[in-house]
Write a protein that binds this ligand. Structure first.
Ligand code: DC
Length: 221
């Protein structure tokens, strides 16, 4: 029996992995999972309910019972479109904190695995290749230098007419990297069998082509 093919793209915040992963998915006609969105949804609900980032049991339950709907590029909680709300910096920060809680990670595990459907899945996050889909056909570790990621983030915020100094963005990226790589459970790290892709000098298109080229090499058909 051939299992459903999975391509995992892990990497730090603002590395461009989400854009690369969703383009690869659409070019291959595969499903796409933005696993960070699930952590952001739990964080969003926790903030709304005024929960502490340390209420491990309650946050785990929130993750386990989360009912989310992905429709094209929109994300819904019940009938509420939360696509933009979960991108807020405050939600990202809370997501990074609660994602260190084992009960939250366990609560989201099966939900993530349920996205594995024919003809295939492309997913991005921090532990897609190391934990959630450790048997993936292709694993990519996608990153870029912190200064480059800060510049990209700054540009994005400018386009959305949101403020922020490049120094603050860089400090935020450094803080987030430290939290994501140093946590005890499923920390961000390059899986031994992952292909390392530094996009500091690449365009999105070049990164997409590189992933597709690698996939051509490893896929058995
Ligand atoms: O990719 P992102 O910035 O939307 O993710 C938000 C936070 O969620 C990130 O700081 C770490 C966490 N996360 C995680 O721990 N594991 C994943 N697979 C995806 C995201």
């Amino acid at each position: 029996m051939i299992s459903v093919p999975v391509i995992t793209i892990d990497g730090p915040a603002s590395s461009g992995k989400g854009t690369v992963a969703s383009r690869v998915a659409s070019l291959l006609g595969y499903h796409y999972l933005d696993s960070g969105a699930l952590y952001r949804l739990v964080a969003f609900l926790a903030l709304r309910k005024g929960m502490s980032s340390e209420a491990a049991g309650d946050l785990g339950e929130l993750a386990r019972t989360l009912t989310v709907r992905f429709e094209l590029d929109r994300i819904f909680l019940e009938q509420e479109d939360v696509t933009l709300a979960i991108r807020d910096e405050s939600v990202g920060k809370m997501a990074s904190m609660i994602s260190a809680i084992p009960q939250v990670r366990a609560g989201l595990l099966e939900k993530q695995r349920n996205f594995r459907k024919l003809p295939g899945l492309v997913c991005d996050g921090r532990d897609m290749g190391t934990v959630v889909f450790s048997d993936a056909l292709l694993k990519v570790y996608l990153t870029a230098r912190q200064e480059i990621r800060a510049q990209r983030r700054y540009k994005q915020l400018m386009e959305k007419e949101k403020g922020g100094s490049i120094e603050n963005i860089l400090a935020d990226i450094r803080e987030r990297d430290a939290r994501d790589t140093m946590r005890a459970v499923a920390p961000l790290r390059q899986s031994q069998d992952a292909f390392f892709l530094d996009t500091s000098q690449l365009t999105i298109d070049e990164a997409v082509q590189e992933v597709l080229r690698r996939y051509e090499v490893v896929k058995p058909w």
